[in-house]
Design a protein around this ligand. Structure first.
Ligand SMILES: [Zn+2]
Ligand SMILES: [Zn+2]
Length: 370
């Protein structure tokens, strides 16, 4: 079944259509490496930012950092996955999108591995011109480097649910570990995209007494309720900063939320969110992954309200482990699976990106081998 060439959708120039290119399918798999035949690759909002050129990457790049596939060949020495589960050819796997060096100042001394100076992510930081080329999910095969945190996907967990949860879930797990919800907290989540939906779920499961989701359109807010939101604020109705502020104050006895989680990505969400916190509350900025520009605000708010602020970048392999365990819960398995609304063959990768850019989809995925 091993084809001699592998098709991939490649970002060659920012803001221009991805090109379908062919690369040799590796015939030799080195020690510790794994050749994976891709089942499904998720289109992350970050992919749209990368395509627009909002984060500099070494183009041409095969995009795709949320991927599930089947092991086609295993290199010497690779006998178990990251959790110690035996690995065999034919197993369905996913993996942490980044590999860190383990040796730098951030990895070793400050324990901030997501800021590793040598961190490289599949689908983002590998130039497709460099052999072995296949380092992104928008392709029929991907060659995983030795040292990749690979996870055998439990049989009960579908590929759709893994990609439906995507890096939104792991990103939210990492962020909420850095700034956890405390039992009984009133939590406001700004934004109901993939990160916001996951943040709603984790806040609810962490024991929040109320989870208020702000966003739209209305069907996304309905889903947010299924994920654990007790209340929702529709930005189509509460369409001003003042209206949303009033709605949150009405739900919090006039004081504001114990914790607000930003999952919007638009810079204007941040000064708005700071004002939604109660005095002495916490603000977690999760959504500003791309550099979307400056915003002016009055920092007096932070001092006067005695706010705690936190940022969070990416995630570690253990968050993939936790995400997979959450997906073994039948309720969340179905909810995250239901996030997948669109599927595209590899040749329609541009249509897939457009769908996500226009916010038409819950989650879109590419199925390159169908
Ligand atoms: Zn992503
Ligand atoms: Zn490092």
């Amino acid at each position: 079944m091993s084809e001699s060439t592998t098709k991939a959708a490649v970002l060659v120039r920012y803001q221009e259509p991805l090109e379908i290119r062919e690369y040799p399918t590796p015939t030799e798999v080195g020690a510790g490496e794994a050749l994976v035949r891709v089942d499904a690759a998720g289109i992350c909002g970050t992919d749209v930012h990368l395509w627009k050129g909002e984060l500099k990457i070494p183009v041409p790049v095969i995009l795709g950092h949320e991927t599930v596939g089947r092991i086609q060949e295993l290199g010497d020495g690779l006998q178990t996955d990251w959790r110690g589960t035996p690995l065999a050819v034919g197993d369905r796997v996913t993996w942490a999108s980044s590999i860190v060096c383990g040796e730098c100042y951030y990895c070793r001394i400050k324990r901030q591995p997501t800021r590793c100076v040598g961190r490289r992510a599949y689908g983002i930081s590998y130039c497709a011109n460099d052999a072995p080329h296949l380092r992104g999910g928008y392709a029929q095969h991907i060659l995983l480097r030795a040292g990749t945190a690979i996870f055998r996907v439990p049989d009960a967990v579908t590929s759709e649910s893994v990609v439906g949860a995507g890096c939104g879930l792991t990103t939210a797990l990492h962020g909420l570990e850095r700034m956890p919800v405390t039992l009984d907290d009133i939590v406001v989540v700004q934004g109901v995209g993939p990160v916001g939906m996951a943040a709603v779920a984790i806040a609810y499961l962490s024991g929040a007494s109320k989870v208020v989701a702000i966003g739209g359109p209305s069907h996304r807010l309905e889903q947010a309720r299924a994920f654990g939101a007790s209340d929702t604020i529709d930005i189509a109705q509460a369409n001003t900063v003042e209206a949303r502020h009033k709605a949150v104050m009405d739900l919090t006895g006039g004081f504001g939320a114990d914790m607000v989680i930003e999952c919007v990505g638009h810079p204007a969400a941040v000064p708005e969110g700071l004002e939604l916190c109660r005095d002495g509350g916490s603000y977690l900025v999760l959504g500003q992954y791309a550099d979307a520009g400056n915003i002016s605000f009055n920092p007096h708010t932070i001092t006067r309200k005695q706010l705690r602020l936190a940022g969070s970048w990416g995630f570690e392999p253990r968050h993939v482990d936790r995400a997979l365990r959450l997906l073994e819960n039948p309720k969340y398995h179905e909810l995250f699976k239901s996030q997948v609304t669109h599927r595209f063959p590899l040749e329609k990768a541009n249509e897939a990106l457009e769908t996500v850019r226009n916010l038409q989809s819950g989650k879109a995925l590419i199925v390159p081998n169908d």
